[in-house]
Design a protein around this ligand. Sequence first.
Ligand SMILES: [Zn+2]
Ligand SMILES: [Zn+2]
Length: 332
Amino acid sequence: MKAMVLEEQKPIKEKPLKLKDVPKPVPREKQVLIRIRACGICRTDLHIVEGELPPVKLPLIPGHQVVGVVEETGEHVGSLRRGDRVGVAWLYWTCGSCEFCRRGLENLCERALFTGYSVDGGYAEYIAVPEEYAFPLPGGYSDEEVAPLLCGGVIGYRAFKLAELPEEGVLGLFGFGSAAHIVLQIAKYFGHKVYVFTRSPERQELARRLGAEWAGHPKEESPVKLDSAIVFAPAGWVAVEALKNLKKGGRLVLAEIYMTPIEHLEYRLLYYERSIKTVANFTRKDAVELLSVAPKAGVKTSVEVFKLSEANEALLKLKTRGLRASGVLKVV
Ligand SMILES: [Zn+2]
Ligand SMILES: [Zn+2]
């Protein structure tokens, strides 16, 4: 099968992903083989490719927003059938027996495997995945449109839950990429007001079109104090700006897997029982809930489609903020 393979972590402008012919995976017991149709790109892929995240497996096929159709089932597969349209996200496997799995926090599993990081991912024509981690996808979305729900959507949804907004709360979103534009629509569906902070005037405009009460620069003071804020930017200084706008008792959620140091964090910004929570991965429950809520909330994604062989160019565009929407590789 064809795949975009990372052999050595390097800056994306050096095109570290190479189009290769590699063996097609064989589904093992309780696994399904998926013929991939589309795979979203994500800033985490960029952190893996460029080396901000340490290498776990090399060579590696990145990609963790995989949309495809079950082509073959391994032994003892119960619920999925050939032809089912499914999605695979970041969580590839968890042990089910460590203390975190037993507490319902499989996102923190000590032995978890991650798609496109510790095992090969979706920048390819096929993937084999444990049946329980392949999620049936809602209708009403094309393969490309549904892909961003599998990372930005699911991580965004977990961040939204951890934000613990009160009824008719006021939510600030800092950074307005793939995840934030999905969270905005979900937060509105649940009756909250959303304020968006992004440097890009085009994204501020998009946020207003999607129903934000207000959109401005992250250095601007929010017109109203926020009950909770979610930071989707990988920049520590943005977290400090977000804290400045929180009400007493407010909650700051940091949704990124990687962030530059948070400097000059003054204690007075945290005082009055403000709290900071980070988001690490997600649980299967989060994924199932999000895939059910998104169509009900009328969540629309907007995507910019690339060919599989253009993965380097797509990631470079993501890095240099040239993407107008969520980037997706069309495989078939
Ligand atoms: Zn991602
Ligand atoms: Zn575990």
